[in-house]
Design a protein. Structure first.
Lengths: 114, 111
């Protein structure tokens, strides 16, 4: 089966610019996660969707980050405006549902903010 | 919230030796503990997991142990091979599906 797809793989922008990332989860997976992974650290959950509803966005910096999953399938994560400290790898993951189900990770988007 | 600490941050072993990575967690409500292997340019891959009602689980050369009382769990890799070289992450997950990750261990297996 096809894995989690993400694009772009790399993005370089200047601070105060905007950027958007796209994720296509594994077909049939109801739960979708966006993580931020700063170099040398583990992934940190930004937002979790169950179908097209938000389950947890407690660690999403809502003044600049937004995410949507309109039809319960694809998702986009946006940063506007970007700051230097947003430089990180943004990982998308999906699972059949919550609980003990395995999370499948995409390859990530490496964002560099100059 | 949940806090997961992972040690060591780097580990170097000779091929054929064993490697052990340890994690501690803070939230006693966490009930699922997966381990992921992250290789450069690839997505993180689940290599083994354990539920809170089990003390140990083994899959070929990989095993995980869980001590709920002490709130720590460990990854054991025996007979290490160069292809085991990667970054390994532990995580603790609540019933709602929220995972908190450790900061990773870079394992290097020298041939």
């Amino acid at each position: 089966e096809a894995g989690v797809a993400q694009s772009p793989r790399y993005k370089i922008i200047e601070k105060r610019q905007s950027v958007a990332f796209w994720c296509n989860p594994i077909s049939g997976h109801a739960t979708l996660y966006w993580y931020q992974q700063i170099l040398g650290q583990g992934p940190k959950l930004l937002i979790q969707f169950q179908n097209n509803g938000v389950v947890d966005d407690s660690q999403l910096p809502k003044d600049r980050f937004s995410a949507e999953r309109l039809k319960g399938v694809d998702s986009t994560l946006k940063i506007q405006p970007a700051k230097l400290e947003d430089s990180a790898v943004y990982l998308c993951a999906s699972s059949l549902t919550t609980g003990y189900n395995e999370q499948f990770f995409g390859p990530g988007t490496r964002l560099t903010v100059l | 919230g949940e806090n997961v600490e992972q040690h060591p941050s780097t580990l170097s072993v000779q091929e054929g030796d064993s490697a052990v990575i340890k994690c501690t967690y803070s939230d006693s409500a966490s009930n699922y503990f997966p381990w992921y292997k992250q290789e450069l340019g690839k997505g993180s891959q689940l290599i083994i997991d354990i539920r809170s009602n089990v003390g140990e689980k083994k899959d070929q050369r990989i095993a995980v142990t869980l001590n709920k009382t002490a709130k720590h769990f460990s990854l054991h890799i025996t007979e290490t091979q160069p292809e085991d070289s990667a970054v390994y992450f532990c995580a603790a997950r609540s019933n709602a599906g929220k995972s908190t990750f450790g900061d990773g261990t870079t394992l290097t297996v020298k041939p």
